[in-house]
Every structure is written in structure tokens, then in C-alpha cells.
Design a binder for this molecule. Structure first.
Ligand code: NDP
Length: 277
């Protein structure tokens, strides 16, 4: 058998990542000969580490927190959806050693919301917490589903305003700080902040969630996140963690790298059972 092709996820921190589990299962399911590992790189080392990976024969990388915007700058060429997002979560080696940057986060989020959870977005009020790489990736696909309005709230409100400038041609968007959240309920609240990673809860007003609200945390873990616990305490209709998004965005990356689309449902149920055990 020939040597397996090498793939990895690069981030900081990255040891919690379930991406190796997912891609190894995709590979087994589709008969692809590859390895997939984790690479921990501090922001100062990100570009050199990613370049070295490809120089040493690596075929593709997933890029996670906090490097998605740096990855956008590093890519030699970008897919239209990465260009639109201004953030890259997937690198693929192309002819001549060029690095292609893609963004599969938004497609993964939307597939999870629509296909796995049957959540309706059209005509709904949506609140997006955070203005980092994950929020950037989510905006165009979310606006494509025609919510009645989409509000971005961020600690650093300038970052949220920048996103409004870049995406307002796609729908009704506004940017606010947490102090301006008010108490009007939203139909869907998506947590795209890194707060859950640190076991923290953004400074949310209690009234933004009522019994009809659906709350979605992009972060996932064995335990409910502080945001998911908070949403349940507020009596929300449903609170979901982003495991399905993780599997769906991984499938998009896998398709870009290997040209085959893996079955996500079986991997999602295996991963859910594994996390619960
Ligand atoms: P970034 O570092 O690019 O952005 C972080 C964002 O979180 C910023 O908007 C920052 O605000 C905000 N933030 C950080 N800490 C807090 C806090 N305590 N309270 C309020 N806001 C906070 O990270 P990413 O965008 O790449 O990732 C964000 C999250 O999404 C992570 O938890 C990541 O694991 C998850 N994710 C999950 C995916 C999945 O497939 N399930 C895919 C992609 C991401 P400020 O600008 O003010 O500093």
C-alpha cells in the first residue's frame, strides 16, 4: 500500500478537537488512505508551521481558533466563499505547491441547522454573538436563508461594524455592543464567540430568549456549555451544541481534499455516543 496522505487541524488550543476522530471515520467509510492529526501553533508560529507542513508533503489542513483570519492572508488563492468570509478554515495543496484557502464553516452551520435540526431561518430574527472567524464564515450562508434581520453583537463593536459594512449587501444587518442588547426576544441566537471554550458566558440580557427561541452554540463538549445552560434556564425551546456543524464542515473539507462526499449522519451519531460515554 502507498504511503497515506497527511492532513491535520492547526489551532491553539487544539487538543480538544474531535476533527481527527471525524476524518479518520470519513476515510474508513470511503476507503481513502490518509492520516489526520492535530498541530498546536501559537499565533506567532502559525504561518511558518503551516508552510512547513506543506513543504514536508502535507496535503491539507483545517484551521481553527484563533488562526482563521491569518489563514486567509496566508493562502495563495481562495475560493469565492472564503473570499467573501475574509476567513479560511481549510487549506488544500494545489499544483505547483500553491495553497488554496476555503471556508466550509458557514456551509457546515447551515447544513446542521437545516438538515439535522430542521430549523427555519426565513423571516426569523437572528442574533449572532461574536465577530471572529467563525462569525465571518457564517454570515453569507445565513443571510442567504433570508432572515428578517440579523444582529451581530460583539465586545469589540468595531469588529461587528466591519462585518456589517462587508455583508450588508446580502441582507438586513446591524451591529451592537452587549450593553445595547435590550430585552426583545430573538427566534434564533447563535453563539459564535470563543466564550464557551473558556467556560464563560457572554454578557447577555435575559429577555433576548423566550420559550420560542432556539439557541445554538457553535462550541461543543461533553458537558453543556455555559451558554446552553443559560438558554435552558431562560426556558428556550431548544438549545443545541455545534457537534453537527463540526461534522458537516469537516465533510465539506473532506470533499474538497478527496473529491468524495462522506455520509455525515453515521459519524455524527457515533461521535455523539462517544462524547456521552
Ligand atoms: P475567534 O478567535 O476568531 O473569535 C472569537 C470571538 O469570540 C470574538 O468575537 C471575541 O470577541 C469573542 N469572545 C471571546 N471571548 C468572549 C467572551 N468571554 N465573551 C464574549 N465574547 C467573547 O474564534 P472563532 O471565530 O474561530 O471561533 C469562535 C467559536 O466558534 C469557538 O468556540 C470555536 O470552537 C467555535 N467554532 C465551532 C465550529 C464547529 O464546527 N462547531 C467551527 C468554527 C468555530 P472580541 O472581538 O470582542 O474579542
Amino acid at each position: 500500500m502507498s504511503k497515506p496522505d497527511r492532513y491535520a487541524v492547526i489551532g491553539h488550543p487544539v487538543s480538544h478537537s474531535r476533527s481527527p476522530y471525524i476524518h479518520q471515520r470519513f476515510a474508513a467509510q470511503t476507503g481513502q488512505n490518509l492520516t489526520y492529526t492535530t498541530i498546536d501553533a501559537l499565533p506567532a508560529d502559525f504561518a511558518a508551521t503551516a508552510r512547513r507542513f506543506f513543504a514536508e508533503g502535507g496535503k491539507g489542513l483545517n484551521v481553527t481558533i484563533p488562526h482563521k483570519e491569518a489563514a486567509f492572508r496566508l493562502a495563495d488563492e481562495r475560493t469565492p466563499r472564503a473570499q467573501r468570509a475574509g476567513a479560511v478554515n481549510t487549506f488544500a495543496l494545489r499544483a505547483g505547491g500553491r495553497i488554496l484557502g476555503d471556508n466550509t464553516d458557514g456551509a457546515g452551520l447551515v447544513r446542521d441547522l437545516l438538515n439535522n435540526h430542521r430549523i427555519l431561518i426565513a423571516g426569523r430574527r437572528v442574533l449572532l454573538l461574536g465577530a471572529g472567524g467563525a462569525a465571518r464564515g457564517a454570515l453569507a450562508p445565513l443571510l442567504g436563508l433570508k432572515p428578517s434581520e440579523l444582529t451581530i453583537v460583539n465586545r469589540n463593536v468595531l469588529r461587528a461594524r466591519e462585518l456589517v459594512e462587508q455583508f450588508s449587501d446580502l441582507g438586513h444587518l446591524r451591529a451592537i455592543g452587549y450593553q445595547d442588547l435590550g430585552n426583545d426576544p430573538y427566534d434564533l441566537v447563535i453563539n459564535a464567540t470563543a466564550a464557551s471554550l473558556a467556560g464563560e458566558l457572554p454578557a447577555l440580557s435575559p429577555g433576548i430568549v423566550n420559550t420560542r427561541s432556539i439557541c445554538y452554540d457553535m462550541y461543543y463538549g461533553r458537558e453543556d456549555t455555559p451558554f446552553v445552560r443559560w438558554a435552558h434556564q431562560r426556558g428556550c425551546a431548544r438549545a443545541i451544541m455545534g457537534l453537527g456543524m463540526l461534522v458537516e464542515q469537516a465533510a465539506e473539507s473532506f470533499h474538497l481534499w478527496r473529491g468524495v462526499r462522506p455520509d455525515t449522519a453515521s459519524v455524527l451519531s457515533a461521535l455523539t455516543a462517544e462524547l456521552r460515554s
